[in-house]
Ligand binder design. Structure first.
Ligand code: FES
Ligand SMILES: [Fe+2]
Length: 369
């Protein structure tokens, strides 16, 4: 039914910067591409095809030598940080075939995240990874998760993040605030740095915050600006800003958070989810002023995330059945979800067409008599 696949021409998060230790090899699978990364002694993170050019051994199983080269664990071919093979132990004459060059992947480290482009490298130049300045700013406290593998297509997570109408009943007992899901939605769409975004904005006036929000953001009754934005296929940004009624234009008293969720497809049935909570560094919890607001939010996150993860994997299991007459029904709060599916569907079709055209332009092999 839905083209539940993935978009390859996009920047995806390979990890938070602190996941990349110097000279430590990491194997990734992003959009079904095997990728090896490491941070060189110069501090730069590099990314290549994870298959050794000799016999496909995963290079992430090898090691970084004292001279900074990557040694394959099988026959010991060594590659430098540009992916060029510089040593073949079984060639005592020193001959190194020029084809022993690893395919590089475009990679950018920015604002605490390492991004990889698994698609057509030429297209990477037209797009920049989304901005996440809060993660690396000293004005913000930023707390992030470990990477979590989810047995579901990543579009299911994006839809989950863009949809707060599931807070009750899925998150009943923690963030399950049913009044939330009844606030009217304004849909905003556009393009930033080559990324098409879809955003929902919910403005509430004189809103009485449930106890957990009062604890995080201090005020009882607030005006609130709450937005959920799929910034790119790789990142969703959630922002909540609250202030006493009539004062939402005064930056110095605004409380709230910025959440980043990164969703990196492994294949069409698995992805890696990472989250990151950001609150102003000097904001404290109301219930315990010794604890920062960011810590308080992050404390509740694992329980909420476990509930979402459970639902995503259950949903994915139901894709194993034939649709027959079955069709999902979109409800009013699902406006953004419908748009995102349209964007995904168009982008995937464009990628498929490009692949077909590439195949057509290849000169067919002549029959050999
Ligand atoms: S497979 Fe890597 S050296 Fe042979
Ligand atoms: Fe949720």
């Amino acid at each position: 039914m839905i083209p539940y696949h993935y978009i390859t021409n996009s920047w995806y998060v390979a990890g938070f910067s602190d996941e990349f230790k110097t000279n430590q090899l990491k194997g990734h699978k992003i959009c079904e591409k095997p990728i090896v990364t490491w941070r060189t002694s110069d501090g730069e993170v590099v990314a290549f095809d994870n298959r050794c050019m000799h016999k496909r051994m995963p290079l992430s199983e090898g090691r970084i030598m004292s001279d900074g080269t990557l040694e394959c664990a099988y026959h010991g071919l060594c590659y430098n940080s540009t992916g060029q093979c510089v040593a073949v132990p079984s060639h005592p004459d020193g001959n190194i075939p020029s084809k022993l060059q690893l395919k590089p992947f475009p990679i950018i480290e920015k604002h605490g995240l390492v991004w990889i482009w698994p698609g057509d490298p030429e297209k990477a130049e037209e797009v920049s990874p989304p901005e996440t300045p809060e993660i690396s700013s000293e004005l913000w406290e930023s707390i992030h998760s470990e990477p979590m593998e989810v047995k579901a297509n990543y579009l299911l997570l994006i839809e989950n993040l863009m949809d707060i109408s599931h807070f009750y009943p899925l998150h009943d007992g923690n963030i399950g605030d049913i009044d939330n899901s009844r606030i009217p939605i304004k849909l905003v769409e556009g393009e930033e740095n080559g990324n098409k975004f879809v955003k929902t904005v919910r403005i509430a006036e004189s809103y009485t915050q449930p106890p957990f929000l009062q604890d995080w953001f201090v005020y009882d009754t607030v005006d609130r600006d709450h937005s959920h934005c799929m910034v790119s296929p790789g990142l969703t940004r959630v922002e909540m800003r609250v202030a006493p009624p009539g004062q939402l234009d005064q930056d110095d008293i605004i409380r709230g958070y910025t959440l980043f969720h990164t969703h990196t497809p492994i294949d069409d049935k698995h992805h890696i989810w990472r989250w990151c909570v950001n609150c102003k560094a000097d904001h404290k919890s109301k219930g315990d002023p010794n604890i920062s607001a960011a810590s308080r939010v992050a404390q509740m996150f694992p329980e909420v995330v476990a509930q979402d993860l459970w639902a995503l994997e259950k949903q994915q299991e139901m894709f194993d059945f034939d649709d027959d007459e079955y069709m999902e029904v979109f409800l009013k709060p699902d406006k953004a979800l419908r748009r995102i599916r349209q964007l995904f569907s168009r982008a995937q079709q464009a990628e498929l067409q490009a692949i077909e055209q590439r195949h057509e332009t290849k000169v067919p092999l002549k029959a050999v008599n």
